[in-house]
Design a binder for this molecule. Structure first.
Ligand code: HEM
Length: 135
C-alpha cells in the first residue's frame, strides 16, 4: 500500500529480522509485520523464524484463514526481487535412480541364480548315469 511500491532483494529484507524490525516474504510480497508481532495469534517467535527467506510455504502450511490474508494488506511494503530468492517453492519430487535403472542385469542375475543349481544338478545326474553305464 502507500505511494512507493518498492522491489527489494532478499538481502535487504533479511536485515529486518528482529523483534523491533521484522519483515516477511510471502508469495512474492514483502510485509513489515513489526507492529503485528505481539498480536499475531501464532506468536512472534514463528514470524521471527520466518524472516530472511521465502516464508510462503510456512504461511501456507498453517492454513491461514481468509481474514488472515485480508490483514496482510496492512503490512505490505513492496515486492521481492524473485531472482534473489535462492529456493523457489516449486516442489520437485526426489529422483530415485536405483529404481529407475535398467532392470536387465537384475533379471539376468535372478535367472542365473535359478539356472546354475539346475545345471549342477543336471551335470551330477549326467556324470552319475554316464559312469554307471560305462562301468
Ligand atoms: C503477514 C503475515 C501473517 C499474518 C497477517 C498472519 C495472521 C494470522 C492470523 C489472523 C491467525 C489466526 C488464525 C487464522 O485466522 O488463520 C494466524 C495464525 C497462525 N499463524 Fe499467522 N500470520 C502471518 C504469517 C505467519 C507466518 C509466516 C507463520 C509461520 C511461520 C505463521 C504462523 C501461524 C501459526 C502457527 C498460527 C496458528 C496459531 C494457532 O492456531 O494456535 N503466520 N496468523
Amino acid at each position: 500500500m502507500g505511494g512507493d511500491r518498492k522491489v527489494y532483494t532478499l538481502a535487504e529484507v533479511s536485515q529486518h529480522n528482529h523483534a523491533k524490525d521484522c519483515w516477511l516474504v510471502i508469495e512474492g510480497k514483502v510485509y513489515n509485520v513489526t507492529e503485528f508481532l505481539e498480536d499475531h495469534p501464532g506468536g512472534d517467535e514463528v514470524l521471527l523464524k520466518a524472516t530472511g527467506k521465502n516464508a510462503s510455504d510456512d504461511f501456507k502450511d498453517v492454513g491461514h484463514s481468509s481474514s488472515a490474508r485480508a490483514m496482510m494488506d496492512e503490512f505490505y511494503v513492496g515486492d521481492i526481487d524473485t531472482s534473489t530468492v535462492p529456493t523457489q517453492t516449486n516442489y520437485a519430487p526426489p529422483i530415485q535412480p536405483h529404481f529407475e535403472q535398467d532392470k536387465t542385469s537384475y533379471f539376468v542375475a535372478k535367472l542365473l541364480q535359478f539356472l546354475v543349481p539346475l545345471l549342477i544338478l543336471g551335470l551330477a545326474f549326467g556324470v552319475h548315469f554316464y559312469t554307471k553305464s560305462s562301468a
